[in-house]
Design a protein around this ligand. Structure first.
Ligand code: ADP
Length: 585
């Protein structure tokens, strides 16, 4: 492995374990530990010692070449006492105090293992509703959202990483307006992302300009009506102000869930890439697309389909093994994971693949390639899942699923996803070949950093390589790019590279949405042709001066193009931002 400085630091701090002799394992020893545990599963299915060793080598190679990385909990959990390997969970919240606090406890146990949790608060009776046992009134979903947030806050120092949550409320819940407002003050509920669960009925009312019904989940009674337009406008305006709430298209998620014959999805995990049923979980892993270009940066550049196919199949096998190697935090979760065998094979380094292919992110060619690459990975995942089903059996809930109806015997209810890869993309990056998270464009080409009082320039590895190779690299030019926050419009950068080196701020929101749609796939595709069968985590970036109307357009486009959800961020709209470009750092 060839790691960047940041990757080494992050690994050192949180990922490398102490060995028995008290010294820390090396990054290679960490990969060895993970490969050993995950390959060990093969023995359960009758592999000989020699065969297990061969698979272990293959798994080790995937990670050591930085072709593929499993999600963080697999690194931190493999071979440990906790042994929890998944990043994504959804827990049900029932409409009683016992159930509410039971689930809060379960969430704490999951956070302790580095997993993130999502919840729908939609089953809770609205604020002010009757409570028979105490003859009092209910405090409603938003107040319990705050309680859950406080619990996460209190325990977040203890675990491997600070807890992350997603809170969902259906748009037809009587408390929906309070929910939409609940994070207007950006100092509140900071351990949650929130999203509104948008129904088909709501979208129909919005299109027709009519009211829609609010329903009390306690008894199914209609408690009132609201104008769909009014709610949509409020939602969009808040998203413009603070980035929240996001939306998820809940009926679409259920319609397109291959496993919808046995479960109803109410929520997603924290970053939105996994729509999951109650007690559902998913372990993720992502392929670094930057490693799969032949003849990079030339007119002959092409995707290395053959190697990509091999890696996608081996990664699918790896993730299926994780399900058996995993120690689950709750019996209900273990049971559900084994019945559905969900895995989440995703990608990262998409921006870096595009640069090597000479394509600008905001181009029709890039959007078409995105769809082609993800459809191909899905196809390979299905092939491997079918081979595994042949050898080890289809997943127990397979009968009656969309897979079954399509005549495809598979081992995994869902296979593909696009995760943010916040940490593992660091592990996949090399000094001269960075790896942007998921399908995000590069955030910036030149960062400025204050180090001991001196301003240092951090130049993107690909940008620096090309500039030096072609002879237009200079500190001055890099300084200019840093100040502008983009190469576009900087005279010293050749026109072609100005286009290809698109950063998130150069790219219009519409192209962001179109790219997300290319990976997600449209409504109505056969189950094996949906490029992503879970969902895509992505941020649609807006410049600070974008209008509320601009945000509204993106939300509408997201619905039109078949997205399962959308999250926006307008530059400067929240006080703290992890990364900033140009002279703001
Ligand atoms: P990584 O790169 O560390 O594997 P991602 O950034 O891809 O993780 O996030 C994947 C999922 O992992 C998230 O959607 C969420 O479910 C979970 N997750 C991420 N960060 C945290 C966190 N700080 N605490 C708990 N769960 C998290």
């Amino acid at each position: 492995m060839e790691l960047t400085h940041i990757a080494k630091t992050v690994m050192e701090k949180r990922y490398l374990r102490l060995k028995e002799d008290g010294s820390k394992e090396t990054p290679e020893e960490m990969l060895r530990r993970v490969a050993g545990v995950i390959a060990g599963v093969e023995a359960q299915y009758g592999a000989s010692k020699k065969e297990v060793r061969a698979i272990e080598e293959a798994f080790y190679g995937l990670m050591d070449r930085q072709d593929f990385m499993p999600n963080s909990p697999t690194f931190t959990g493999a071979g440990t006492a906790l042994g929890q390997l998944s990043a994504c969970f959804v827990l049900p919240v029932g409409d009683s105090l016992v159930e509410i606090y039971e689930t809060m406890k379960h969430a704490a146990l999951i956070h302790q293992t580095g997993g993130g949790t999502g919840f729908a608060f939609s089953r809770l009776r609205p604020a002010g509703d009757k409570v028979r046992s105490s003859q009092g009134v209910a405090s409603g979903p938003v107040s319990f959202l705050r309680v859950y947030n406080a619990s996460t806050e209190a325990i977040k120092q203890g675990g491997t990483r600070r807890g992350a949550n997603m809170g969902i409320l259906r748009v037809d819940h009587p408390d929906i307006l309070d929910f939409i407002e609940s994070k207007a003050d950006t100092t509140q509920i900071t351990n949650f992302n929130i999203s509104v669960g948008i129904t088909d009925a709501f979208m129909a009312a919005l299109e027709q300009g009519t009211d829609y019904e609010l329903i009390n989940p306690r008894n199914g009674e209609v408690t009132g009506k609201l104008s769909a337009k009014l709610v949509w406008d409020k939602l969009v305006e808040n998203a413009w102000k603070t980035g929240e709430p996001g939306v998820i298209f809940i009926d679409r998620m259920n319609r397109r869930n291959p496993n919808n014959h046995v479960e109803v999805i109410e929520a997603t995990n924290p970053c939105g890439e996994q729509p999951l049923p109650p007690y559902g979980s998913c372990n993720l892993g992502s392929i670094n697309l930057a490693n799969f270009v032949k003849n990079p940066y030339t007119a002959q550049a092409e995707v290395d389909w053959e190697r990509l196919g091999q890696v996608a199949r081996m990664a699918t096998r790896f993730l299926d093994n994780v399900i058996d190697a995993n120690k689950y935090p709750l019996p209900q979760i273990a049971e559900k994971a084994r019945r559905d065998r969900r895995i989440g094979l995703g990608i990262m380094g998409w921006a870096e693949m595009l640069v090597q292919m000479g394509l600008a992110y905001d181009s029709d060619e890039a959007v078409a390639l995105g769809n082609q690459v993800m459809t191909f990975i899905k196809q390979k995942a299905v092939e491997e899942s079918m081979a595994l089903a042949e050898a080890r059996g289809a997943y127990p809930e397979w009968e009656g699923s969309q897979w079954h109806k399509a005549g495809l015997k598979v081992r995994n209810a869902t296979m593909t996803t696009v995760a943010p890869t916040g940490t593992i993309s660091l592990f996949a990056a090399r000094p001269d070949l960075p790896c942007s998270g998921g399908i995000e464009p590069k955030f910036a080409l030149v960062f400025t950093r204050n180090q001991a009082g001196a301003v240092m320039l951090d130049v993107d590895g690909q940008f620096a390589t090309i500039a030096k190779r072609e002879g237009w690299y200079s500190e001055e030019l890099m300084q200019q790019v840093a100040e502008r926050g983009t190469a576009r419009g900087v005279a010293g950068v050749p026109e072609r590279w100005q286009q290809v080196f698109a950063t998130s701020h150069d790219i219009s929101p519409e192209w962001h949405v179109r790219m997300q749609a290319a990976f997600q796939g449209a409504d109505g595709l056969p189950v094996d042709r949906q490029p992503v069968d879970a969902a895509v985590s992505k941020t649609i970036n807006f410049p600070h001066h974008a209008s509320v109307e601009d945000v509204a357009k993106s939300y509408a486009l997201a619905w039109q193009l078949g997205l399962k959800g959308i999250t926006v961020y307008r530059d400067g709209s929240r006080a703290s931002q992890v990364l900033t470009t140009g002279d703001k750092t």
